[in-house]
Design a protein around this ligand. Structure first.
Ligand code: OGA
Ligand code: MN
Length: 307
């Protein structure tokens, strides 16, 4: 039986039924899932029963897997294999984290509007978050439609933004939450990177904003002006009409297009309830400046290749 698609709105977020992601998919189902993904940007697969391997195997239909930044700390033990990002409130012994734990401080940044891995030179294309244990209250995930938000920009911003290059870093978003406990190896692996602010999604030609709380600077603009512009754009893009709130059910798998959405986790009592979510992340095909054919000032191709 072919997959079924239940749109939540006409252009953003849809549920997909009649597919079991635990098994290899036939080519028609893969093509239909990809088409729905390009159309809606957020797709929800309810009632999936996936092992970690099956979760990763499904993600590979969308593209190559990006390893977790947890692997940048060679000294720390990970609860999950490097192909999965740990979005839980659990420590390596599967206990709820401590109030003052480093992990808790770092993950607090997921409550800010962001798109995954825009702080990497090669950012994420897609994220696939799977709910293994959910909190009984709170702990939703909100998604903002950055294609619709782009379309609704006023003309002066539509003219101004395409030439601009923003600088993203994990340290910039964590600065907003007061977290700065990065190791030497993390600082080295996660330098600030350039990304365009408006991008074109190749599969459908749609234009999208590409913004996140990871932005700390915009090339050629004073920092206070740059941050004011970023905050203005995030406020614009997260108005109610652009946002879908996902209230998790156990064993939902939600896949979103990091190229044209932002998301954030909502509050829950993380010292009381276990919320165990695993994320597989798929890499984009190139840095966004390269994809848009925008030159990065002060960076020759040569210096980038040496990194
Ligand atoms: C993520 C993320 C928010 C949440 O998985 O990338 O930001 O609701 N999650 O857990
Ligand atoms: Mn995220």
């Amino acid at each position: 039986m072919a997959i079924t698609i239940y749109p939540i709105t006409a252009q953003f977020a849809a549920e997909i039924g009649d597919v079991d992601l635990a098994h290899p998919l036939d080519a028609d189902d893969v093509a239909a899932i990809k088409q729905a993904f390009w159309d809606y940007a957020v797709v929800i697969f309810p009632e999936q029963n996936l092992t970690q391997e099956q979760h990763v195997a499904f993600a590979k239909y969308i593209g190559p897997i990006e390893p977790t930044i947890g692997a940048y700390r060679p000294d720390s033990k990970l609860r999950l294999p490097p192909e999965l990002v740990d979005i839980s409130n659990l420590n390596v012994r599967n206990e709820i984290w401590g109030e003052k734990s480093r992990l808790r401080g770092l993950q607090l940044g997921n409550r800010l509007w962001h798109t995954d891995s825009s702080f990497k030179y090669l950012p994420a294309r897609a994220s696939l978050l799977y709910a293994r244990t959910i909190a009984p209250v709170g702990g939703h995930t909100e998604f903002a439609d950055l294609r619709a938000a782009y379309d609704a920009l006023d003309d002066s911003l539509k003219r101004k933004l395409p030439g601009l290059i923003a600088i993203h870093a994990l340290a910039y978003s964590r600065q907003r939450t007061g977290f700065s406990n990065f190791s030497e190896s993390e600082r080295k692996e996660l330098p600030p990177v350039p990304q365009v602010m408006v991008r074109t999604i190749p599969e459908n030609g749609c234009k999208s904003l590409y913004i996140a709380s990871h932005i700390g600077r915009i090339i050629g603009m004073p920092d206070d002006e740059a941050l004011a512009l970023v905050d203005q754009l995030i406020a614009h893009a997260t108005q109610r009409q652009f946002v879908y709130t996902h209230r998790w059910r156990l064993h939902d798998l939600v896949m979103w297009d990091d190229r044209c959405t932002m998301h954030r986790g909502t509050e829950y009592d993380d010292l009381r309830w276990t919320r165990d979510m695993h994320r597989a992340t798929v890499s984009d095909i190139a840095n966004t400046c390269e994809q848009e054919g925008v030159a990065i000032p002060g960076e020759s191709q040569h210096s980038r290749e040496q990194q």
